[in-house]
Design a protein around this ligand. Sequence first.
Ligand code: TTP
Ligand code: MG
Ligand code: MG
Length: 435
Amino acid sequence: MIFRCCVLRMKCDVIFYRKIKRQVCDAESTGFLQSPARRDSVIAMILHMDMDAFFASVEQLDHPELKGTALVVGDASGRGVVAAASYEARRYGIHSAMPMFMARQKCPHLVIMRVRKDRYKAVSRSVMAILDRYSPVVEQVSIDEAYVDAAGCDRLFGSPEHMARLIQSEIRDTLSLSCSMGVAPLKFLAKIASDMHKPAGLTVILPEQVPPIIATLPICKVPGVGKQALEHLSRLGVSTLGDIRAFKPAFLVDRMGKFGHRLAELACGRDDGQVIPNSPAKSISSERTLAADTCDREILRQQLLSQSEEVGRQLRRKGYRARTVTLKLKQADFRQITRSLTLAGPTQSSNILFQTALTLIDNLSLATPVRLIGIGASGLIDTAAPHQLSLFPETDLKDDEWEKVDTVMDRIAKRFGPKAVHRGMGTAESMIDES
Ligand code: TTP
Ligand code: MG
Ligand code: MG
């Protein structure tokens, strides 16, 4: 069954791309894409950006001697799978999610690099920072892709197509990495377009191309159509998105629920999906399963101390203050207990997080051993937002003093690693008094 779906998808891909490429080329040859007068800036267009062979390209960037080689990123052990494959490796039929042993069989001289998540996240942040310079409305949807709303950006960057080219150049020139972009009046089509001419491709779907593209778009290409939906739809005789129009929306809803309604909408060229700027984090937390279940309060306090530091460090790095602190415990019998306390004023001080978590745990009886402990900070506000001083000035002074300590500790942790420095439990108050 899985094999049938894969074959169906592969067939869909080949036929669809041949048709679409012909339509986009037709548009190019009739001057649609070249003529500035017929550009798409009047209708709000959406850009979709996806980095090319992301993890693998970052490895080639950091190891220039590996440029042009068949390279994969992933766990090299027996049970490992390929996370990312360079375009050179793809020529051997290697792709993401393929078992590593199979990838090795296909290409005996394959270079395997281990995953460096932190490095890819850092590069991802640089990429997103570039996108932020082009539009205030950017929605990151994964580590290597984002939508950009081009509405109102034409004065600064020209047509959406031109804006996409500028973004590609800036990413290439400043980060030495390539990305592919899609431009379309509908969000789901922008995503499909960015995948059409990888790597380093740019595909524009103009409003007048939408109806013929929808008519021939293989249903497997529609985001959200997974294995199950694909089988269901193929039983109904649906092979393209256009085929959906043969069915009444009520019938589709009856068969497929909400997604049936969405398909009916997309088939009519209606995608109310807006580019939604990423909402800031709702909470920051840290939790740990203990080496052994315990009722020992000292052990639990020690855990809370290091977790408060971890959460505090993240709050400060991301530029948030938290209003609420939550303690979470999972007992040996898997029962979960959570207790929260809202502070008089928002904080990003590790010490205040710790003291609050201590108050919460000291009020619990702990009859059953604890197997997991966690601390969370929520009700986050941006540090750039005005910070209202507390009605009790002495509290503010303390908080400020602690923030100085935090700043020094953050610097040490950044330079020598998070384990290089940590607070001692009994010394919390005296440290301030001595300084
Ligand atoms: P993708 O954008 O899907 O793939 P890609 O960037 O490697 O290649 P393409 O040029 O086709 O876009 O995923 C982005 C990264 O996410 C990818 O480099 C590695 C990671 N990833 C996994 O870890 N596992 C997976 O199964 C997939 C698909 C991606
Ligand atoms: Mg990618
Ligand atoms: Mg991606």
